[in-house]
Design a protein around this ligand. Sequence first.
Ligand code: AMP
Length: 496
Amino acid sequence: MTSSFSNLNLAEPLARAVAEMGYESMTPIQEQAIPVVLQGKDVMGAAQTGTGKTAAFSLPLLQRMMAHENASTSPARHPVRALVLLPTRELADQVAQQVKLYAKYTNLRSAVVFGGMDMKPQTAELKKGVEVLVATPGRLLDHIEAKNAVLNQVEYVVLDEADRMLDIGFLPDLQRILSYLPKKRITLLFSATFSPEIKRLASSYLQDPVTIEVARSNATASTVEQHFYSVGADDKRRALHQILKARGMKQAFVFVNSKLGCARLARSLEREGLKTTALHGDKSQDERLKALEAFKSGEVDLLVCTDVAARGLDIKDVPAVFNFDVPFNAEDYVHRIGRTGRAGASGLAVSFVAPSDTRLVADIEKLIKTKIELEPVEFEEDRPRISEQGRINDGRRMYREAQGSDRPDEPGVRVPTQPRERREMREPRERREYAPRQSNAPRDPFFDQPYESTLSADAQPAWEAAAKSAGPRGISANIKPKKKVAALFKIAVTES
Ligand code: AMP
C-alpha cells in the first residue's frame, strides 16, 4: 500500500520540492516514519539504503522547522536545529545533497562537514548559520572543539547507518557529541540491523521510540534479479564483458574485495575499452568525489569499488551490480546489491563464484534465506558450431530441468559448454606464473598509483565498441605494447 505526499499537508515550499523530484507516492518507510516524526516521537528504524529513508526523516524535520523559517541574514537567526550524523563522507555528502533539494524553496539552510577536506570553507558556512547540519562524527568534533559549531539549540538528531558507525568505532565520538546536545530533543536512529549494540545505543539515547521495520533486515529487494555464475578467476573479466553485452547494460558497479584488486581491475577493464573508474579507500577524498561525479554524469560506465568506499552510495538507476569477488561478509552482499533496484526500479545483481567461494555463498544463502542456484557461463567464442546447435539446445533444456528452472534462455550466460579438458590444460601454467604474487603479495608500485582514466570524457565506446575491438578473449586493441608488464597481470585481478 502506498499513499500520496499530498496527504501529509506539507508546507507549500516542501511540497513543491517533492513534486519537482518526481516522487509519485511515498515509499513504505516514508509512509510509516513521516507521520510519526511529524508527531514528535523518537524513531528506531530498520531500513535498507535505497528505501527512501533520507526523505523519510528530512521531510518531517524540515516541516517541523518551518515554524522557525526566516529570511534574516543574521547567523543568530539560523542556529543548528537538526543534526544528522553519518559514518562516511560519501554518505554525508549524499544526504546533504538530498536535504538541500528538499529545502530549496525554503529559507532553511543546510551544510555538510566531513573529514579529508579543508576546515576553512566548512567553518565559513557554519559561521553564517545553518539549521540542518549533516556531519561525520570526527569532523563534527573538530568543529565543536574549534567553537565553529554551537549545538545548544539542537532539537532533532538523526543517527543514520548507526550500525556502520558502531562498526567503524564511532561510539565514543557519538557519546561525546550527544553529551553536548540539549536533553529535550527528538532522536531518530536508522540501522540496517538491530544488533544488541544498536539496541543498547537506542535504550541510552532514545525515549519510547516507535520501531519501524519496513523490510526484514538482511532482506534483498524483490526488484533485484540475482544470478550466481560459476566461473574461474581467469574467466571473470570475459564473463563480465559478455553479460554486459548480452544484456545491453549501460552502467554498472563492479565490487571487488581488495583495494589492490580494485585498482588493478579498473586498469584492465579500461584497457579493454570500457570507460572505467575505481573507488577505494586509498583514494583521496577529492578523487572519490570525482569518481562518483564521473559515474553519475555518465562519463564513465563502470565503477569498480570496494565495500567501504561504496557503502550506501545512492546513485540512481544503476542497472547492474557485479560481485566480481564474492564478499567475505554476507551482509556486504545485501549492501552491495542494494545499489541496484532502488526505490522500486528493477535491477540485476550478478555474482561470479569461484570454486573456493562455496562457503561464502552458503553464508549468503543463509542470510537472505533464499536458495542459490549456481549457473554456468557459456562463452560465445567457445560455442560449438551451428551443426551442434541441436545438442546445445538439449543441453540447455537438461540444465534448466536439473535446476528446476522454467526461465527462457538468456544468450550466452548460462549454458555449460566450456570444454573441461581445455580449461584444465590452461590453468596450471597460468597459476604457476602468478602464484608468487598471490602469496607473498609484494606491493607493486605500478598498481599503487592512483588510477587515472586515459579516455577523454567524450570517448565513444561502451560495450558495443569494446566488443568490436576485442580479441578472442575480450582483450581490446587498446593494450599498448609498452605496457607489457601491466598486460601480464590481466588475469590476476582478484588478488589481495
Ligand atoms: P535513500 O534510501 O534515502 O538513499 O533514497 C534512495 C533514492 O530513492 C534516492 O535517490 C531518492 O531520491 C529516491 N526516493 C526517495 N523517496 C522516493 C519516492 N517516494 N519515490 C521515488 N523515489 C524516491
